[in-house]
Design a protein around this ligand. Structure first.
Ligand code: KDG
Length: 325
């Protein structure tokens, strides 16, 4: 019988990443990658030895075929991947280092994509029963009303079946259109998530006019045990409902190719580290290392570390030991 450590629901997209830095109006060559927040997290977890599965839909097209191959290559269960004729696989473009050096901007061409047609039918109780934990993000419920209902069903089933829900708020205002819309839809979904990953911007949207500490304690009141606040190039903080709070600063890298996807590797490595029994501080450190790795390349999954790479990195950055020599 199939047993999965994590399942998720989300859109896997074709990422067209401009090879040159600068505005896309001058782009000539794009590099093709497969990406999408939930897919990225599952891929990172798979590299760390976990069994994972994704609920999604793909178009019956060449890009759908490419995504399917990526899912198989990364050892992600495809039992609930549906191929549909009526809509295409979604794509998006990445503009790098413009207007802000070191930052990237995404441009979506995903409206009406196959994944945006997911609905409650895509979420089957038997799949949730096979999973230990459910990983959700704020992206999928923003794709369409039916996707929102699908995520809600997965969340509700997970809670009813006693499975842990881990939620990354991942608010994409380009998809939600307004902060009010994001807040109204996400707050009920977030209720009782065991771990919430978020950032300062998302907390401002979810709990306007509150301090970070107040926003975090509101998440505890909503049933969370742990809140992880990702601070990008500043690192990350973790807060627990028992009053523990730790901050770890980010690691510096001489290469920043594309920062998109770093947060997903951060989530996966943090979760995996806790499951391995590491301390909260250690989990934060390893998650920061993973995020740092991902920014060194274009593409979201290619540089995600396995345990071996994390060990090498840790030795190099913390113990100043070049073990490659
Ligand atoms: O976290 C990285 C994702 O944002 C990126 O891969 C694209 O899934 C994506 C999205 O919806 O923004």
């Amino acid at each position: 019988m199939l047993n999965l450590d994590f399942i998720s629901i989300g859109e896997v997209l074709i990422q067209l990443n401009n090879i040159s830095p600068g505005p896309l109006r001058y782009a000539r060559y794009f590099e093709v990658h497969v990406a999408g927040a939930e897919f990225n997290v599952l891929t990172a977890l798979s590299k760390l030895g976990f069994q994972v599965g994704l609920i999604t839909r793909l178009g019956n097209d060449e890009f759908g075929e490419m995504v399917l191959r990526a899912l198989r290559a990364e050892n992600i269960d495809t039992t609930y991947v549906k191929i549909m004729d009526e809509a295409p696989t979604g794509i998006y473009f990445i503009q790098r280092h413009y207007p802000v050096p070191g930052k990237s901007t995404v441009f979506y061409y995903r409206h009406g994509s196959a994944a945006s047609y997911m609905n409650e039918e895509d979420v089957q109780e038997d799949y949730v029963k096979k999973a230990r934990r459910v990983f959700l993000t704020g992206i999928t419920p923003a794709l369409s009303e039916s996707c929102y209902r699908a995520v809600k069903k997965l969340r509700d089933l997970a809670h009813d079946l006693g499975k842990e829900v881990i939620f990354d708020t991942n608010i994409r205002l380009k998809l939600w259109k307004t902060a009010e819309n994001a807040r109204a839809k996400l707050l009920p979904l977030l209720q009782d998530s065991k771990i919430v990953f978020t950032n300062k911007e998302d907390l401002n949207i979810l709990f306007p006019q509150t301090t970070l500490e107040e926003a975090v304690s509101k998440l505890f009141q909503m049933g969370s045990d742990m809140v992880v606040v990702k601070l990008g190039e500043e690192g990350g903080s973790v807060y627990t409902k028992y009053g523990e709070a730790y901050y770890e600063k980010a690691y510096r890298t001489p290469i920043i190719e594309d920062v998109i996807g770093a947060g997903d590797a951060f989530d996966a490595v943090f979760i995996a580290s806790l499951l391995k029994g590491f301390s909260l501080r250690e989990a934060l450190k390893l998650a920061n290392l993973a995020g740092m790795m991902v920014v060194t390349v274009r593409g979201d999954i290619e540089a995600q570390p396995d345990w071996k790479a994390l060990e090498v990195l840790k030795k190099f950055y913390e113990e100043k030991m070049d073990i490659l020599r």
